[in-house]
Design a protein around this ligand. Sequence first.
Ligand code: PMP
Length: 430
Amino acid sequence: MQADDLAFDKRHIWHPYASMTHPLPTYPVVSADGYELILRDGRRLVDGMSSWWAAIHGYNHPVINQAIKHQISRMSHVMFGGITHPPAIELCRRLVTLMPSGLECVFLADSGSVAVEVAIKMALQYWQASGHPRYEFLALRHGYHGDTCGAMAVCDPDNSMHSIYQGYLPSNRFIEAPKRSFREAWKPGDETSLSALFSDYHQKIAAVIMEPIVQGAGGMRFYHPEYLRIARALCDRYGILLIADEIATGFGRTGEWLACHHANITPDILCLGKALTGGTMTLSATLTIRRVAETISNSAVGCFMHGPTFMANPLACAAANASLSLLEDESWRQRVENIASQLSRELSPLINHPMVSDVRVLGAIGVVEIKQTVNIAQLQHWFVEHGVWIRPFGHLIYLIPPYIISSKALTILIDAISASLDEPENFFVS
Ligand code: PMP
């Protein structure tokens, strides 16, 4: 990197959810290895974020690297219209085998948001093909499904970017977020507002879309599996499609292979992304049941109307195949369990800190909810100075480390969070 690179970055390059005039600082990472990010000046940061849920095996994994190198020497990309190729066939074969049975038709796309767009379009085309077009989706408050327009329209309208695009986005129906948390006792009646919405609007609703069990960007909330089971049962009763957005939760993050497994349910449409390639490349998959695929395909339109240029990119498929092969021996399960128990042991006591309103752990996810809003720039800087990469937002400081993190490194992350709470300048006074 050159001396003026950061100045150029600041002046010319958008970062996620960033201002061009008052950007938050960015930190130059020149390489990454295992659970560490290496800064330009040589400092190594312990990674608590897995690059937003994605790098589950850590960085620079030799098996994934080798698979990509092998594939690049054959072909990096070829169009998928009228052509197929071994990495895509292998990947879809794996996904059909590894995902809940019945989800047997796979659409590969570029990113999580596009997987959600594809799911929405599948549901719309399904109803159109059935001769009863429906245009509304039922989604949860505090839900988050991506940043493209269709996806934004099923995000919480108040607690997301949805509101600033109002007037342009289609309007959908929202239901209060599940109240009962993952470990609370379920009380009959907790589902009343959900069932009421179904009974009032079932003739209009094309599909229900949910992040199963963990509502991520909308607040890192863990809700009760019974809610999901009831949602599934209501969808069955009224013949409505259930879309599970497992883009963040898939591939073991919550302690189960899919978050849906906590409730033992199978959705009609499943969205995967992020960790699909072990966080090395952008790729997503939307899987559906044959009834949906056949209804769409046997319609007057005769096809599913979507086809991205980089659909089934062979390099990304090769990376995904390597990542899935690393998950095959199920050692992820023990790793995630170890992370979960260490988080429960070492992070949970922070509940006694006067700055903290809640601490929750599920699988390899640890969340500390703060009573005040985090000063992101300040706290981020503080974390980097203390050798860790943790990216807080709102009232939340959370950890979603790579599954391969050592227990010593996880303690470094937890200790950093703990110490940061005693530095008031890291937080806005509420
Ligand atoms: N759904 C969920 C649950 C997500 O967490 C995200 C990413 N934050 C997305 C969809 C969108 O994925 P992407 O950023 O790859 O478009």
